[in-house]
Design a protein around this ligand. Structure first.
Ligand code: SAM
Length: 482
């Protein structure tokens, strides 16, 4: 039996099965302990400090009690608190991105993924550099500035050199006023040496979903291929950080295992990163398993209701207040709309999950990784966000200004990020409105920008942001950022 040690570099010790089982037991025993629940809500509430606010966050045990609690009024209080924390750190900004599928060649046997090696019905495809360029032009023409590249694991068809070449191509494309300013990477666990190469290629966040933290289930769900090695996969973020990548993104594929187990494991992983590297995850993604070629999500009997899903998101926001949270088009407009208020800070728009999907007029299904539930265009998503009082942001400034890892977290923790992110969001939104938006979206966008500029507390910052937006409107592109 392994001891629980968050500072250990061994997966079985920092994601400790015994500790998770005891946590779930403790949470279930205390789910009606109103005194404890109230004290946890109070502990997690944003507190004024100097000019800003600070949040204490919660441990995996504490947050698990909140998740287990089924008292309706307390759950409502959790939703309100998650919203309060979100407003304190992220305001009403939502960062936009799109996935770009490079290759669906894969040698793993993940039973929930249509790219698994024994799926003989799915066509295999890998983009050439010319095709990457065309996909990027299509994405730039929609208005995207931030991508997450995706690929199966196949050292022969998609070696690291191929991924690096694609990143170089992506950054080199400048179509009309477009450019991709941040490439996040979601590829299989790899070596410190390869993480160094990704870092040198200028990637933003390295994203790797754990899929499930339950080792026994993990081994069954990944029966063959390199991904079968639970410890190698779980320890990947430590290697990424050793390779110099400051921003790492965690995630669980909800539906594979019991959600209480995954929730505790995810927070323990965040605690481990904080304990070892002094900085927690940059983002947490919350995908749910979806229908796909050769995959029926019904075979996984841990499906989550929308209510439980929303509560998980709220409890993550309460537990790790400084970590960005990402939701993809796996979720419908209705679900996305609801959880935006509980702590989501990044969403994808107009996604195609097939290899080469953006250059096709109709959404192709042949090489698709999963079925998309939100099929709206980027313009529709942007307008919808603004109609619901969110500010769509195309900002990539932190990364380009070197505000990553602990530098980003330090700014975020003292609330200073608001002085950069809010005006940057407005300036990049203005770029979007000028270059890509429909007339209706543009009208709503400039009304919103006008209101939001007035909220900038510092005169100097407000003046510079206003001047830059005026310049953008008169086609003077300055690429200015705070
Ligand atoms: N091959 C890399 C890896 O193994 O981590 C990249 C991952 S894949 C392109 C992106 C993610 O899609 C996976 O980590 C998995 O969580 C998710 N995914 C796979 N099958 C899915 C399904 N049927 N429904 C929803 N998400 C799925």
């Amino acid at each position: 039996m392994y001891p629980y040690r968050p500072e250990s570099m061994i997966a079985d010790e920092f994601i400790n099965d015994d500790e998770i089982l005891q946590t779930i037991q403790f949470a279930n025993e205390n789910k009606h302990n109103v005194e404890l629940i109230d004290s946890l809500l109070e502990k997690a509430r944003p507190k004024k400090k100097g000019n800003g606010v600070v949040c204490a966050g919660l441990t995996h045990r504490e947050a698990s009690v909140l998740l287990a609690c089924d008292i309706p009024e307390k759950t409502e209080e959790m939703f309100r608190l998650a919203n309060e924390i979100k407003q304190a750190y992220y305001g009403n900004r939502i960062v936009m991105f799109a996935p770009l599928y490079l290759s669906n060649y894969c040698i793993n046997g993940c039973v929930y993924c249509p790219y698994h090696t024994v799926n003989k019905s799915i066509p295999r495809k890998k983009l050439t550099q010319e095709e990457v360029r065309n996909e990027v032009i299509a994405l730039q023409d929609m208005g995207h500035k931030r991508l997450a590249i995706e690929a199966g694991e196949d050292p022969v068809n998609n070696p690291i050199e191929y991924i690096l070449e694609c990143i170089k191509t992506i950054y080199s494309v400048h179509h009309k006023n477009g450019d991709i300013r941040r490439v996040n990477v979601n590829i299989a666990a790899t070596t410190v040496e390869n993480y160094k190469k990704l870092k040198d290629a200028g990637i933003g966040t390295y994203i790797l979903f754990q899929e499930t933290y339950n080792k026994k289930s993990y081994l069954e769900l990944h029966p063959t291929g390199p991904k079968h090695d639970y410890n190698y996969h779980t320890e990947a973020m430590d290697r990424a950080m050793e390779g110099g990548i400051d921003d790492v993104g965690l995630g669980v594929l909800f539906g594979l295992e019991g959600y209480q187990y995954e929730f505790a494991g995810l927070l323990m992983h965040a605690e481990h990163l904080e304990a070892v590297h002094g900085v927690g995850p940059h983002t947490i993604s919350v995908p749910r398993v979806k229908k796909a070629d050769d995959i029926d999500p019904g075979v996984f009997d841990n499906g989550l209701s929308d209510d439980k899903f929303a509560k998980i998101i709220a409890c993550i926001r309460i537990a790790v207040p400084y970590t960005g949270m990402i939701i993809s088009t796996r979720e419908s407009e209705a679900v996305r709309g609801r959880v935006l208020d509980y702590g989501i800070s990044q969403i994808s728009g107009a996604s195609r999950t097939s290899v080469g999907g953006y250059t096709e007029a109709e959404r192709p299904h042949d090489t698709e990784q999963f079925d998309v539930s939100d099929n709206r265009s980027l313009d529709e998503v942007v307008r919808w966000l603004m109609e619901n009082d969110h500010i769509p942001s195309f900002c990539t400034a932190c990364y380009r200004e070197g505000r990553t890892g602990d530098r980003f977290m330090a700014l975020c923790k003292n609330g200073q990020i608001l002085n950069c992110c809010h005006p940057n969001a407005l300036m990049t939104l203005s770029e979007y409105l000028e270059d890509y938006a429909s007339e209706e979206t543009k009208k709503i966008g400039y009304e919103l920008i006008e209101q939001e500029l007035k909220k900038i507390p510092h005169d100097n910052v407000r003046r510079i942001a206003t001047e830059n937006i005026e310049a953008i409107r008169s086609s003077d592109r300055r690429d200015f950022r705070f």
